[in-house]
Design a binder for this molecule. Structure first.
Ligand code: AMP
Length: 214
């Protein structure tokens, strides 16, 4: 089963993708994580990617499609969760073509619906465990009082360089200009289902489970 989690930055795509990995043995393909890895590699490409990301703009289709193609070739028994990809119509077409070539298909596109005001508050409050990437949020899921990650016991937590209000406004603009047309694209294909991304994390997981098990 291959699915896309679609929604603006801060909608909870990464959190839900991690749950699906744990519960269903699926493979999370987050282009944001892949690009953060590339930027920390210190290469010329990594430096260019970092500048674009920090401005809150989109990295070129060519780069992200290349990253995804590489991962798809490696295969995944439990299926793929596309998290933060595709973000443009060209990426969506490329993903369709790549899956076709592998004799695979998309089983669901889940739109995580949220309101913009909530996103700014959510994103400026979020952090991740430096070791395992577990997601925390000062407002809804604070780092435990003993300072240890609940998942791996790690004691270092970090905030993303692009999780500030200026960059977020630009990321939202990119989402509405370039990514939100994908809602119509997948609706027309008959693949789209929406969930309320502002519900409690467990409720959102339940709604996604119901879609995948239907
Ligand atoms: P994310 O972790 O998904 O919020 O992505 C962080 C940043 O990485 C974005 O603001 C973009 O600069 C870049 N990025 C991630 N995925 C894509 C994509 N599919 N297409 C273009 N840029 C991307």
């Amino acid at each position: 089963m291959n699915i896309i989690l679609l929604g603006p930055p801060g909608a909870g795509k990464g959190t839900q993708a991690r749950r699906l990995v744990e519960e269903r043995g699926m493979t999370q393909l987050s282009t944001g994580d892949m690009l953060r890895e590339a930027r920390s590699s210190g290469t010329e490409m990594g430096r260019k990617v970092a500048e674009v990301m920090d401005r809150g703009e989109l990295v070129t289709d060519e780069i992200v499609i290349g990253l995804i193609a590489e991962k798809l070739e490696a295969g995944a028994g439990g299926g793929f969760i596309f998290d933060g990809f595709p973000r443009t119509l060209a990426q969506a077409d490329a993903l369709g073509a790549l899956l076709d070539r592998m004799g695979q298909k998309l089983d669901a596109v889940i739109e995580m619906r949220v309101d913009d005001e909530a996103l700014v508050a959510r994103i400026t409050a979020r952090s991740n465990c430096g070791s395992c990437g577990e997601v925390y949020n000062d407002l809804t899921r604070p780092i435990p009082a003993d300072g240890k990650c609940t998942k791996c016991g790690g004691t270092e937590f970090k905030r993303r360089a692009d999780d500030n209000e200026t960059s977020l406004r630009q990321r939202l603009m990119e989402y509405y200009k370039k990514t939100s047309p994908l809602i119509g694209y997948y609706y027309a294909k008959g693949d789209l289902t929406g969930v309320d991304g502002l519900a409690e994390i467990d409720e959102v997981s339940g709604a996604i489970k119901a879609i995948l098990d239907a």
